[in-house]
Write a protein that binds this ligand. Structure first.
Ligand SMILES: [Zn+2]
Length: 433
C-alpha cells in the first residue's frame, strides 16, 4: 500500500504532512513501516511517529538540493528526473528531437508553476510564524513539509488559498499576454503540438487550480472547506465534517476508478487515509485543549548526568524501556536529549567513551508543568523526539513523548464519558497491538 501511495500520479500539490510522510516510507521495508504506521493511525500520529524514527536515518534520500529560498530548501526527487527522461524519450519516439525538447520544456515549466504554488503556501504560512523545512518536487507534484498548519480558521484559509492563488495569477498573466491571439478551446489541448507553449501553460495552471480545489483533504480544497466550516461550527466539528466529505469523495473516486481508471482507486485510498489521519489529529488536539501538561507527562524516567558517556547511556537504554534520555545538569536543568538512534550512531562511529554532551540533541523545547498540553503538542508535531517539562525554577520534572500522549488518548477515549470521534472505530487498545 505504501508503494501504491508512492505512485499516486495526481496530486499537483500536497503540503500536508500525512501525505509527505506516507511518501517518505520509501525504504526497503515499506510494507512493514506502513503496517506499523497503520497501528497508530487511529491516534492520528501514525506518520509522525514513523518519521520521527525513520527520517533521521534517511533524510529525503534520493533527492537533490537546488538551493534554498527564505530558509526553505528546494529539492528535486531523483524519480522526478527519471520521469523527465522517460517523458523525453516518449516524445522523441513520437515526434523526434523537437517534440522531445518541447514536451520536456512544458513539463519543466509546469513544475516550476507547481513549485511557485508550494512557495505560495510556504510564504503565507511564514506570515503566521510557521516554518517549512523543504519543498520537494516529485513526479506527481510538490510537497512542502510545514511544521504545522495554523489553527485559526482565517489563517488556515489564507495558507490553503495562497497556493492556488499563485496559479490563478500565472494563468491570468499568460491570458492577458496572449490577449486576442488566444483560442479558448486550445487551453485543454496540452498534447497538441500546434498549440503554443504559453497557451498550454495557461491551461495547465487552470487545471492545477481546479484540481487542487477539490474539497478532499490532501488537496487545498479540503483545507479551505475545513477552515470555512470552522468559522461556523468550531474546529473539531469542522474537521469531522470535512473529513467525512473527503471520505465521500474517496468512495466516489474509488467507484469511478473501477469503471474508468484504476489509478483513481489509488487516489481514493490516499484521500481516505489522509482524511482519517486529519480527523484523528483534530481529536487529539481537542483532548489536549482541556488537559494540563502535568496530567499527561512521564514522571518516572531516568536522566543522565552531564558527565555521562555514551556507554552509560547504552546501559540505561538496556536497563529501562526509555528510548530518549534527558541530560540534566547539577541544578536539575535540561541540557539536551540523547535519542536511541543518536546513541547507536555515536557508539558505532565515535566509541563508548564519547561524552553524551557531544552527541545529544540540544534544541529540545520545554514547557511548564502547569501549562496547557496543547502548547506541548505543537512542539511534538514539529518533530522533536521529546518535550521537557519544567517546574517554576526551570528544573526538569517530566517528559512528554508522542507515545505517552498516545497512551493518554487511549485512556481518555476508554473512559465512558469521553467523546469518540467518528473515525476512531475499534477499541483503542487494539490499535497498539
Ligand atoms: Zn497547494
Amino acid at each position: 500500500m505504501a508503494v501504491a501511495a508512492r505512485e499516486v500520479p495526481h496530486v499537483a500539490r500536497a503540503e500536508i504532512d500525512d501525505l509527505a510522510l506516507v511518501l517518505r516510507i520509501d525504504g526497503g521495508d515499506a510494507a512493514a513501516a506502513f503496517e506499523g504506521a497503520q497501528r497508530f493511525a487511529s491516534l492520528g500520529e501514525a506518520e509522525r511517529i514513523y518519521t520521527a524514527e525513520a527520517a533521521p536515518k534517511d533524510p529525503m534520500r534520493w533527492s537533490l538540493s537546488l538551493g534554498s529560498i527564505g530558509g526553505t530548501a528546494i529539492r528535486i526527487h531523483v524519480t522526478f528526473l527519471l520521469f523527465l527522461v522517460w517523458l523525453g524519450a516518449i516524445y522523441y519516439r513520437q515526434g523526434g528531437a523537437t517534440a522531445a525538447w518541447q514536451g520536456t520544456a512544458l513539463i519543466v515549466l509546469i513544475f516550476l508553476c507547481v513549485l511557485l504554488h508550494e512557495l505560495g503556501h510556504v510564504f503565507a504560512a511564514r506570515r503566521y510564524g510557521i516554518k517549512t523545512r523543504d519543498v520537494t518536487l516529485w513526479p506527481f507534484g510538490g510537497i512542502a513539509s510545514m511544521e504545522q498548519m495554523p489553527e485559526k480558521p482565517g489563517q488556515e484559509l489564507i495558507v490553503a488559498l495562497a497556493g492556488p492563488a499563485v496559479n490563478v495569477a500565472i494563468a491570468i498573466a499568460l491570458l492577458l499576454w496572449l490577449g486576442p491571439r488566444l483560442n479558448p478551446q486550445n487551453l485543454t489541448q496540452i498534447e497538441n503540438p500546434a498549440v503554443s507553449l504559453a497557451v498550454k501553460l495557461a491551461g495547465a495552471n487552470v487545471m492545477l487550480v481546479l484540481f487542487n480545489l477539490i474539497p478532499a483533504f490532501p488537496m487545498d480544497g479540503g483545507r479551505v472547506l475545513r477552515a470555512l466550516l470552522a468559522m461556523w461550527v468550531g474546529n473539531a466539528r469542522a474537521t469531522e465534517l470535512a473529513a467525512g466529505i473527503g471520505q465521500g469523495f474517496a468512495v466516489m473516486f474509488a467507484v469511478l476508478g473501477i469503471f474508468y481508471n484504476p489509478m483513481l482507486i489509488v487516489i481514493a485510498l490516499f484521500i481516505f487515509l489522509a482524511a482519517s489521519g486529519e480527523a484523528a489529529q483534530a481529536q487529539l488536539r481537542a483532548v489536549a485543549q482541556g488537559t494540563l501538561v502535568s496530567d499527561a507527562m512521564i514522571t518516572n524516567f531516568e536522566a543522565l548526568g552531564t558527565a555521562a558517556t555514551v556507554n552509560d547511556a547504552a546501559d540505561a537504554l538496556i536497563r529501562t524501556t526509555q528510548t530518549e534520555f534527558p541530560i540534566v545538569d547539577g541544578t536539575g536543568r535540561l541540557r539536551g536529549v540523547l535519542t536511541r538512534d543518536a546513541m547507536i550512531k555515536a557508539l558505532k562511529e565515535r566509541g563508548p567513551d564519547t561524552p553524551v554532551l557531544e552527541v545529544m540533541q540540544t534544541d529540545i523545547p520545554t514547557v511548564r508543568a502547569r501549562s496547557k498540553l496543547e502548547t506541548a503538542l505543537r512542539s511534538l508535531m514539529a518533530k522533536r523526539p521529546v518535550v521537557g517539562v519544567t517546574d517554576g525554577e526551570d528544573r526538569l520534572v517530566g517528559l512528554l513523548t508522542l507515545e505517552n500522549l498516545g497512551e493518554m488518548m487511549m485512556v481518555q477515549s476508554a473512559r465512558p464519558e469521553a467523546p469518540r470521534g467518528p473515525l476512531s472505530n475499534g477499541p483503542w487498545g487494539s490499535a497498539r497491538g
